[in-house]
Design a protein around this ligand. Structure first.
Ligand SMILES: *Cc1c(COP(=O)(O)O)cnc(C)c1O
Length: 213
């Protein structure tokens, strides 16, 4: 427990050293972590948490309703899961196609503010990683920006470990072309420094805070 808070402070310190413009937000990736540990991290002032597995996440969202946690969904999305995501999350980083975006918009209740969206980009052109291809982006961005209950905030990627510098560089240039965007979600425990050097505005850190899963 003490370890987790000490780890969090280390990660915050690392970010602060590189983040001269103070634009980088830390997302604590709490997948597989129990509620008690999440609460300990929350009590230090960390508000943004990310989850990959929907069933697990729904339990946590319910059990933390009295806390002001901002929940981010960062896992792959099947279309039959969009309703639960639209109802229970504030952000979705892993939108990769129009069908999913449309369903999220239709299923986002009017009493909630628009769902914040990042488009996941398949920046390495990998066959196994999900994400929109770079050439699909202009049309996809235009279509998603028309959906009423979503707010398209930016881009996200999960690059191959051996290719992350090139990927981050390419993501930065895509991001800069979209001047309406304010979020570039990239960088995890092992590559957050590099991601920040290439303009990341949100790093997603699991192991670096919570230890090995
Ligand atoms: C698990 C996960 C992370 C955190 O990874 P760590 O290496 O544990 O920091 C970040 N982003 C996504 C999409 C993940 O699935």
């Amino acid at each position: 427990m003490l370890d987790v808070v000490a780890n969090l402070h280390k990660v915050q310190h690392k970010i602060a050293q590189l983040d001269s413009k103070q634009q980088v937000k830390l997302l604590a990736v709490s997948k597989t972590q129990p509620i008690e540990i999440i609460k300990q991290v929350y009590d230090t002032g960390q508000k943004d948490f990310g989850e990959n597995y929907l069933q697990e996440a729904l339990v946590k969202v319910k059990q933390t309703q009295d806390l002001a946690i901002v929940w981010h969904f960062i896992g792959s999305i099947q279309s039959n899961k969009t309703k639960d995501i639209a109802l229970n999350f504030d952000w979705v980083h892993s939108v990769n196609r129009l069908k999913i975006a449309k369903r999220l918009s239709e299923q986002r209740p009017d009493y909630l503010s628009p769902l914040n969206i990042c488009l996941q980009v398949n920046i390495d052109d990998s066959k196994t990683k999900s994400g929109a291809l770079v050439e699909q982006l202009p049309e996809l961005i235009a279509q998603i920006e028309n959906l009423p209950n979503l707010k398209l905030r930016g881009l996200m990627c999960i690059p191959h470990a051996n290719n992350s510098e090139r990927a981050f560089m390419n993501m930065q240039s895509l991001f800069k072309k979209q001047t309406q965007f304010d979020v570039l979600s990239m960088g995890m425990s092992n590559d957050l420094e590099l991601a920040i050097q290439y303009g990341s505005t949100m790093v997603r850190v699991g192991t670096g805070i919570f230890g090995k899963r």
